[in-house]
Design a protein around this ligand. Structure first.
Ligand SMILES: [Zn+2]
Length: 176
């Protein structure tokens, strides 16, 4: 499995992520203690039973797969993409961007299906500008699983796009 994994900092360097501008805190339903309650939750054992090791690494440990290791990064079929953690439909092939970088890129997600956070990864401890340097992390709104990042890509100059791990998604071909 090691060859399917990348250290987070390696990914950020590979994606040439520039400092990101935060879009503001997600306004989501909160429990009394202020934390967001994901509609789907599982025990650690349930997660490991549901997911393969590389899927668990990406979805539950916040990992990034090595480029070109999933079967979806160059998938051009028409259909939808679901979160492997809970089957919520999060992306559509209509929004997919074909880039020769080895991950799955989308212009945006389905409405209200993903949430964002700052990826304060390794090596940022004590960095007073950590929040400015951090990449925008994307996770599933229903189960909280890590999907990927929102990053600027030189090939798509008009806006940052979703750079998603193929192992975090399950593709459902369109039936028409
Ligand atoms: Zn999910």
């Amino acid at each position: 499995m090691t060859d399917q994994r990348m250290k987070r900092r390696t990914f950020l360097a590979a994606s040439a992520a520039a400092p990101m501008v935060a879009l503001g805190p997600e306004k989501a339903a909160a429990k009394d203690d202020g934390t967001y309650a994901y509609p789907v939750s599982r025990t650690p054992d349930q997660w490991r039973a549901r997911l393969s090791p590389i899927e668990h690494y990406v979805l539950r440990e916040g990992g990034t797969e090595a480029p070109r290791t999933s079967t979806l990064w160059n998938n051009t079929a028409v259909g939808t993409y679901c979160c492997r953690g809970c089957d919520l439909t999060v992306y559509d092939s209509l929004q997919k961007i074909e880039l020769d970088k080895g991950w799955v890129f989308f212009r945006h997600s389905h409405k209200d299906t993903v949430m964002t956070d700052l990826d304060l990864g390794d090596g940022m401890a004590g960095d007073p500008f950590a929040e400015m340097r951090a990449a925008m992390e994307v996770h599933c709104r229903r189960c909280g699983s890590h999907l990927g990042h929102i990053v600027p890509v030189p090939d798509v100059p008009d806006r940052p796009i979703h750079c998603i791990n193929g192992f975090s998604l399950r593709f459902e071909p369109s039936s028409v």
